[in-house]
Every structure is written in C-alpha cells, then in structure tokens.
Design a protein around this ligand. Structure first.
Ligand code: ARG
Length: 494
C-alpha cells in the first residue's frame, strides 16, 4: 500500500495519553484550522481544550476501527465504494489499529475526538480515498455504535468475573458447611445459622445480578449505525450485514432514538450499582467480622495493610475500598440520569459526558468483583470464635417458644412466657439452658426435661428444614443446585 508520511501537525510536541481537558492545546495559538468551508474562523484554543474528548474516548479506538471496517465492507458490497477502495481503507484501518495497540499512534487533541483522529490518520495514509469512509455516516451514529460495543464487552467481562466470584463462595460454603454462627437482625444476635447459608445469600444476589446483566446485554445489542446524524441516510445501506459482522442481534428501528439513546449505558450503570450494593453489604460484614469484636474471619494478610503508627494493626482496606467505591458508582449512575434528563432529541454534545462515567464505573465494578474473589479465595473463618458466639443460649429463645407451641401453647402466649424466662435468666446471670427444670416450670407447666435436648444451636439449625431454611441438608442441596447453574453457564455469544 502506498504509504504517505503522516502529516505534520501544528503542534511540535504531540499530545499523548490522558490530557486534562482544561490544558491549553500546545501550539494552538498559531492559525487554528477551520472545521469546514462553512466556517470563517477556526476554533478558539480554549474552546478546543474544553471540548476535546480524545484524552478519554481514545479508549474506544478499537471499537471505532471495528465499526469502520464493517461499514467500509458494506459500502463496498452495495457499490458505494470500489473493491480497491475497500481494500485500501481496510488495510489503512488495520495498520492504524496496530499502531494504536502498540502505542505508536499519536492522538491529537486538536482533532477533538477518537473518531476524527482515526479518520485523519487514515487520510494521511491513503489519501482522499480515506475520506469516502464517512459516506452515509455521522459521528453521532458512530459514537453510539462504539459505545455499545464497549458496554457489550464490559458486560461480558463482568459476567465472567461474577461467575468466578460465585465459585469462590460456593467453595467456601462447601468447605465449611458444618460451621455455625449467629444470624443477625438489627445487628443483634438472632438465631443460629450455618455460615454457608450466610455465604449462599450473596450467591443468590449475584445470580440475580447476572441475570440482569444478561438482559441488559440483550437490550444493548442493537446496531445504531446507519442512523446517520439523526434522520437516517439516503444511501441504501445493508445494515443487516453490518449487524451480522459486528454480532448485533438486530438493527435499530428509529434513527432519532438510535443516535440519542443512552439507556443501554444507564441500564448497565444501574445493574452495576445493584451489584456494588451487594458487594458493599458484604464488605461491611467482612470489616465487622475481621474486627477483634467479632473475630469471625481472617482476611488474607496479602489483601490487608498495616498502620504507619500502630504496629499491631491489620486493616481490611480492600472491603473498605469496595464499600467506598460503591458511592462512586452510584454517583456515576445519578450523573448519567441527570445528564440525559432534559436533552431534546436527538444528539446533543452533552452526551459526550457519558463516557468517562461509564468507563470509570465499568472498570471500578470489574476490579471490585475480581479483587473480592481473589481475597475471599484465601479468607479463613475463625470457627472457634463463631462457635463461642453461637453458644449464646439466648439465640435459642425462638426455639424454646416453638417447642412450647409444639406442646400445645399458642405462639403469642409462648412468646410471652419465653420473654419472662429470658428476663429471669438474665437477672440470675445464667444462660437459658443453665436454668433448672424447677426454675423453668415456674413459667409454664408444659416445660419438661425434653426441652433441653431441643435447646442446642445444632438442633436449632437442623430444625429449620423448610425450603430456603438453614438446615444443613437444605444448604447442601442449594450448593449443588448453584454449582450446577454455574457449570451450565455459558457467556452469551455477543
Ligand atoms: N465526541 C462526540 C461524543 O462523544 C462524538 C459525537 C460528536 N457528534 C457531533 N455532532 N459533534 O459524543
């Protein structure tokens, strides 16, 4: 292919990597370039520095090229481009793709965004033929396409990471399936449960998160390209072919909607926010559990940090950060909703603000899931401390009441009686099971020797055989069911 030297730009030092948008564009005091024949003046350097997005949207470069390749091939097929032109464009784009992935490509702020950077580079390589690529296309449908491709990949990566996290939890649940702990309400000890039952609660949440991600993926998997700037295009495009090549399930049906819809990104942000909420609740528990007050769990030291002053400290930074980053992800969700809420149809430049939020939230969520999985794969429950905590006989108060009901009392009466027993035991400084039968009988004639056999944490757990309850056979069955679900998971094609 005839290679032309890449055109020198006005700037001496090229802008690379992440530029702060407020930075003045170096060299831009020289005669600024006009946008088109319509313009009598070039862009003020301050407007350029403020409006350019290439320091962040260069993340879309790979998708931009992928989309352009499909567009060029389709233009060839419908006869808008000659075969030789398609070849030139494809080769040029592929070369640019290699330059970008090897870090040799210079993104230029004065070219505003990733789309114009790539187009300009193509024209510098193959000349005016490169200018034909943009036939029947606008940056509005182009960016909508790139952004969907990005979100699609991120959703798939998140699904894979979630499966990994669920597997870690299922393994923990299996390895420690006999360990009891107190279950809590209001953060007060409530009833004995299996540690595994608690872990599986999170797997349930993540299972729902995955199903939401899969549904979001399905809705986002629609091709916007071909919508032009807003009204469609006068060229007889074969949009179906582009959709097939890029793995979209269908083409969009309304050009105005297609270029101005960001629901797919906001839906991903909201599903991601729910997922972060789940991670954050877990993080909170891990932080509590690894405190000396609880001492239920030891996080691997390789995921904790020390204090610069207090030599004894081992701090649970990772769950704290996940809890903290949850706020950041919610912030992005709200930012995106607010960004879109007053925009008239169709495209508005405001929408350029969607990307940093979505990039940041996707990276944050993915990292959070991955680091949680890696950390928990090495976490060790402290069975001794859990045993101590669950041995608090007050946790058996419900079981005592249930037992009274089994002997013929009604539950409200039983509740009252047990409340009195508990008060008496506390006054005596005794546990429930330390009370003698003589003492117990003062509260109800129904209480007999047999009650003691029922009042153990093991019995309390074993008794909860109801579907969804904490009895061990249930929990083992749930582990098996969830394992099977995970084993049959396959990443949606696209
Ligand atoms: N950088 C723009 C964005 O992110 C691309 C679309 C620009 N379209 C336009 N008409 N100015 O939204």
């Amino acid at each position: 292919m005839a290679k032309r030297p890449v055109k020198q730009t006005r700037r001496k030092a090229p802008l690379r990597g992440r530029l702060h948008p407020a930075l003045p564009v170096e060299g831009a005091t020289q005669a600024p370039k006009k946008w088109s024949g319509r313009f009598a003046e070039g862009l003020d350097p301050r407007a350029l520095a403020f409006g350019q997005s290439v320091h962040f949207d260069q993340k879309l470069a790979g998708y931009d090229i992928q989309g352009s390749l499909a567009h060029a091939r389709m233009l060839g097929k419908i006869g808008v481009l000659k075969a030789s032109e398609v070849t030139q464009i494809v080769q040029g784009l592929e070369e640019i793709g290699r330059e970008i992935s090897s870090g040799r490509f210079e993104f230029k702020a004065e070219l505003e965004d990733v789309h114009r950077n790539i187009e300009a580079a193509l024209m510098a390589k193959i000349g005016s033929v490169g200018g034909k690529l943009h036939t029947a296309r606008s940056r509005n449908d182009q960016v909508a396409l790139d952004f969907r491709l990005y979100c699609r990949d991120q959703t798939r990566a998140l699904l894979t990471a979630l499966v990994g996290l669920e597997k870690v939890f299922l393994k923990l649940a299996k390895d420690y399936s006999e360990v009891l702990m107190p279950g809590y309400t209001h953060l007060q000890r409530a009833q004995p449960i299996l540690f595994s039952h608690h872990l599986l609660a999170y797997v349930e949440m993540w299972d729902r998160d995955r199903s939401r991600l899969e549904q979001a993926l399905e809705r986002m998997n629609v091709l916007p390209l071909g919508s032009g700037a807003l009204a469609g295009t006068s060229f007889a495009l074969d949009r179906e072919q582009v959709a097939r090549e890029l793995g979209f399930r269908e083409v969009s049906h309304n050009s105005l909607d297609a270029v101005s819809d960001r629901d797919f990104a906001i839906e991903l942000a909201s599903v991601a926010s729910l997922l972060m909420m789940h991670l954050s609740r877990l993080s909170e528990e891990l932080i509590l559990w690894s405190s000396s007050e609880f001492g239920f769990l030891e996080l691997p030291q390789s995921f904790c940090t020390g204090s610069s002053m207090m030599p004894q400290k081992i701090n649970p930074d990772i769950p704290e950060l996940i809890r903290g980053k949850t706020g950041r992800v919610y912030g992005h969700l709200l930012g995106l909703l607010t960004l879109m809420k007053s925009l008239p149809l169709a495209y508005n430049k405001d929408m350029q603000e969607d990307k940093e939020a979505v990039f940041d939230l996707c990276e944050t969520v993915l990292q959070s899931v991955e680091v949680m999985a890696a950390m928990m794969a090495q976490a060790k429950p402290n069975q001794e401390r859990m045993r101590q905590a669950v041995s608090d006989s007050l946790l058996l108060a419900t079981d005592l009441a249930d037992w009274l009901v089994e002997q013929g009392s009604d539950f409200r009466q039983a509740h009252e009686v047990v409340g009195q027993v508990v008060r008496y035991a506390l006054e005596q400084g005794k546990g429930l099971t330390e009370l003698t039968l003589v003492e117990l009988k003062k509260f109800s004639p129904l209480l007999t020797e047999a009650v003691y056999r029922r009042l153990t944490p093991e019995q309390a757990v074993a008794a909860r055989r109801v579907m969804g309850g904490t009895a061990r056979p249930n929990v083992l069955r749930e582990i098996a069911r969830l394992e099977q679900r995970l084993a049959s998971f396959s990443l949606p094609k696209k």
